[in-house]
Write a protein that binds this ligand. Structure first.
Ligand code: NAD
Length: 476
């Protein structure tokens, strides 16, 4: 089995203990590689490399245009490897090949986008007393620690890393233990080939409760970016609070689409294909619930059931449309949720059980007769399960959509733009999609309300999290 290493201070190295983490192909449950398992002592080495690189001021003192050129070079190298790297990511992650390749292109886009902003990070002059010049300077924090989830390991890495790098921070990235291989190899190689200064970006893998928790509590880490589940995010927030370190928290969701009586039902169904069954529903902003008007519910249910039965089950590299969930543990979790739905009185009109084949496949499932107080309507399942909830008047629809602890995303399907605008104003979420899903780009801010988090990634909004403001007052 191929062995992958950590990338620290410009070198690929084993962990000091020589321990590794085995990585499986979720479509077959068979091992495909192993990666160096970072322990506390390896985290120390990585943080030390990042701290030294930061203290040398190599990124900070680099002309912003040169930092931009370096970032565009990284983008180019990431695009160059996207085909080959996508294959490895597809094997370790289970997602469709095109989506896996696109993660590298997406990461490249982040480097281009934030590369274009390096010379636009301006402070301001502030009028104060006569005889005083007052101005602000934007400065990086120092060592920025990034904790990455397994569902989009390369996109998420590119998203936070490009922003941290553009602003002059040095970084230590802890990749997810379930899908670390493409980052340890192709991603690190692209950085190295582009010529990043040694130690400015370090990539390690290790278990969350060991390497992740030690990294986020490390005395030399000055800023943390976490993307993952709410329980882990809360743990990190506690740890960071003890050290008064700022944290970007991007967490889970239980997003609802409201389908009004005038909605184009075919469009809703077409959208649901990617929004809840794409990547087997393992998407933070997945369309996990549909809140549909009574008058169009039966048409929608018929079409959703047809859709879910039509999806080709298979690995990402077999052109599967319904690909596996990430692990046996995740599969069992999805099964338990499906069981709880049935026990609570919901009815699976399609799917509802694991697929009888090797690997971790679960049927594309549509639950009818869901009530908002059921567990399947409230908790993030992270699997291909769609809960359909009926409403009768528009206020009730908004109330149902908002009635979870999460607030990541929501959608409205209607031809009435007034209706869409009013609903968008009332939905308690970080992003609203109208007659679509995942609408936006790397330039649009992304993040949650309520338990889904409070910071923003993507767009110019994200830069704020990686910069601190210094005010200088000069008495003439
Ligand atoms: P997770 O919380 O289990 O793990 C995320 C990362 O945290 C992993 O790298 C893990 O090793 C690490 N970790 C675990 N315990 C830790 C600890 N005590 N200290 C430090 N690090 C620790 O989440 P997951 O299962 O990998 O990812 C799925 C979750 O991520 C879902 O809830 C999904 O909604 C969320 N997510 C959110 C976004 C977003 O932008 N809002 C994007 C992708 C995924």
């Amino acid at each position: 089995m191929k062995k992958y290493q950590s990338y620290i201070n410009g070198k690929w190295i084993d962990s000091l203990s020589k321990e590794t983490i085995k990585v499986d192909d979720p479509a077959t449950a068979k091992g495909i590689g192993e990666v160096a398992c970072a322990k506390k002592e390896d985290v120390d080495v990585a943080v030390e490399a990042a701290r030294k690189a930061f203290n040398s001021r190599i990124l900070v003192d680099m002309h912003p245009m040169d930092r931009a050129k370096l970032m565009h070079k990284i983008a180019e190298e990431l695009r160059n490897v996207s085909k080959e790297a996508g294959k490895l990511l597809c094997y370790e992650n289970g997602k469709p090949l095109a989506g896996a390749e696109y993660e590298f292109v997406d990461a490249a886009n982040y480097f281009d986008y934030y590369g274009g902003l390096t010379d636009k990070l301006e402070g301001k002059t502030i009028p104060v007393n006569k005889g005083v010049i007052d101005y602000t300077v934007l400065e990086p924090y120092g060592v920025s620690a990034h904790i990455i989830p397994w569902n989009y390991p390369i996109s998420m890495l590119g998203r936070s890393l490009a922003c941290a790098f553009a602003t002059g921070n040095s970084t230590v990235i802890k990749t997810p233990e379930l899908t670390p291989l493409a980052a340890a190899s192709f991603f690190a190689q692209a950085l190295d080939k582009a010529g990043i200064p040694k130690g400015t970006i370090n990539i390690i893998c290790g278990y969350g409760d060991e390497a992740g928790s030690y990294l986020t509590s490390h005395k030399d880490v000055a800023q943390i970016t976490f993307t993952g589940s709410v329980p882990t995010g809360k743990k990190i927030l506690h740890v960071a609070a003890d050290r008064a370190v700022p944290v970007v928290v991007e967490m889970g969701g239980k997003s609802a689409a409201i389908v009004y009586p005038d909605a184009d039902i075919n469009k809703v169904v077409e959208t649901a294909k990617g929004a809840i069954f794409g990547h087997a529903g393992q998407i933070c902003s997945a369309m996990a619930r549909v809140v549909v008007h009574k008058s169009v519910k039966s048409e929608l249910l018929d079409k959703l059931a047809k859709l879910s039965k039509s999806l080709k089950v298979g690995a990402g590299y077999e052109d599967g449309e319904l690909t596996p969930v990430i692990s046996e543990k995740q599969l069992q979790k999805v099964e338990n949720y499906a069981r709880s739905g049935t026990q609570a009185g919901a009815e699976a009109i399609a799917g509802g059980k694991r697929v009888d084949r090797p690997g971790y496949f679960f049927e594309a499932t549509v639950f009818d007769k869901v009530k908002q107080d059921m567990t399947i309507a409230n908790e993030e399942i992270f699997g291909p399960i769609l809960s359909v909830i009926e409403y009768q008047d528009p206020e009730e629809a908004i109330k149902i959509a908002n009635d979870t602890e999460y607030g990541l995303a929501a959608g409205v399907f209607t031809k009435d733009l007034d209706q869409a605008t009013v609903a968008s104003n009332q939905l308690e979420v970080g992003q609203v999609y109208v007659n679509s899903w995942f609408t936006g780009s790397i330039a649009t801010p992304f993040g949650g309300y309520k338990q889904s988090g409070y910071s923003r990634e993507k767009g110019q909004e994200a830069l704020k999290s990686y910069l601190q403001v210094k005010n200088v007052g000069i008495q003439l």
